[in-house]
Design a protein around this ligand. Structure first.
Ligand code: ATP
Ligand code: LTN
Length: 338
């Protein structure tokens, strides 16, 4: 069989448009995704339904959902090679989500650390969706018979639960779902907050966060202010334990320039933080400039984005529909006559 006829394995992931994409999302996730379509059949979506577990401003959610699509593309996710779509446009997600809720145990959901964290942070809105979120995430994955799910460490628990749900369902009704595996990239960079290098850079902590759409002046300011350490030697050395702020900046510089940690230490030998921090800022500015400019161009071209997410939803629906039909049949729902 030639290569063309070998069915590629399926890769699927999503990011919630609950904030704008940041450098951590890019270096730790989207940049790596862009290299996968040669090898895999890739589905990437904006997890807009998931954002509703926390109260959102409707106007902002709408803006961020399509802006995130523009940023995916600007980061290298070619819509010709990847299926890019909005979760809410493929109604099968919500439908299978409901069904899988009925195959997910209260005890399992109660053990999810993200539920515990988020319910501690939003005590005024501990809603049912926040609790049952992993069943919807399982639906996102299982609808596409995904083999691999590229996620960060914090989502591994949800991926494990997805596997358990798939196995449970398959045991009850026969082979229905592919049991997926988390896909943790070998060189996945974990980027920390510039203001607090002990916690990861995150949309929900905008203070030390470098957004892909930040203008160069803003980026320069953020890197100049980045927390380093009060070490008297003030030397650029990769020592995450004792110098977490500097190590984070070295990691960022290495990710955007491709230079090794040794090369970076040699480059800044004897130069101090006053030279190092602006140099990291400059390298990030040059990396993000074309991404921001391309994303801005697409955000202004609403018709183009609409075309991309329409095509994406159609392709995704085609696959999702097939799985959902199979599930309905297995569990005993009467086939829809129209
Ligand atoms: P939230 O603030 O809602 O937790 P987040 O900004 O931490 O969001 P996620 O939406 O959870 O980001 O993550 C989307 C993808 O980006 C995941 O694959 C995750 O591993 C990756 N990612 C997020 N933050 C970082 C980071 N600081 N370093 C590396 N990768 C990251
Ligand atoms: N829960 C993930 C976002 C997400 C996802 C998915 C990731 C929703 N559905 C399916 C991978 C596969 C998060 O909060 N980062």
């Amino acid at each position: 069989m030639d290569n063309e006829n070998v069915k590629k394995k399926v890769m699927l992931s999503g990011i919630q448009p609950s904030g704008d994409l940041h450098l951590g999302n890019y270096l730790g996730a989207v940049k790596n995704w862009a290299e996968l379509p040669e090898q895999f059949d890739c589905f990437y979506f904006m997890a807009d339904l998931h954002t509703l577990t926390v109260r959102q401003d409707p106007k902002e959610l709408r803006r961020r959902s399509t802006a995130q699509l523009a940023q995916y593309i600007a980061c290298g996710l070619d819509p010709e090679k990847n299926t890019l779509f909005l979760q809410s446009h493929v109604h099968e997600h919500a439908e299978l989500g409901w069904i899988l809720n009925c195959y997910t145990m209260f005890g399992e959901l109660s053990r999810m650390t993200q539920f515990k964290d988020k319910s501690a942070r939003h005590t005024d809105n501990i809603n049912g969706g926040l609790f049952t979120y992993p069943a919807l995430m399982a639906a996102d994955i299982l609808l596409y018979q995904a083999d691999f799910v590229p996620v960060g460490e914090d989502q591994k628990q949800h991926c494990e639960l997805t596997r358990d749900i798939a196995i449970r369902f398959n045991n009850l009704y026969g082979e229905t779902f592919k049991v997926p595996e988390p896909y943790i990239p070998k060189v996945g960079a974990r980027i920390m907050s510039l203001s607090n290098p002990a916690s990861k850079m995150s949309k929900s902590d905008p203070l030390g966060c470098v957004f892909l759409m930040d203008k160069p002046e803003e980026l320069a300011r953020k890197f100049k202010r980045a927390v380093t350490d009060s070490d008297t030697e003030r030397c650029v050395r990769f020592d995450p334990e004792n110098k977490p702020g500097v190590a984070n900046l070295i990691q960022i510089y290495s990710s955007v320039t491709g230079r090794s940690f040794d090369e970076i230490e040699a480059e800044f030998d004897g130069k101090g933080y006053g030279v190092f921090k602006p140099a990291v800022g400059e390298a990030v500015i040059e990396t993000l400039r074309p991404i921001r400019e391309e994303a801005e161009r697409m955000i202004a071209d609403k018709a183009y984005l609409q075309q991309v997410y329409t095509d994406g939803a159609q392709k995704a629906s085609f696959v999702a529909r097939k799985t959902l039909r199979k599930v309905y049949k297995k569990i005993g729902l009467v086939e829809k006559p129209f």
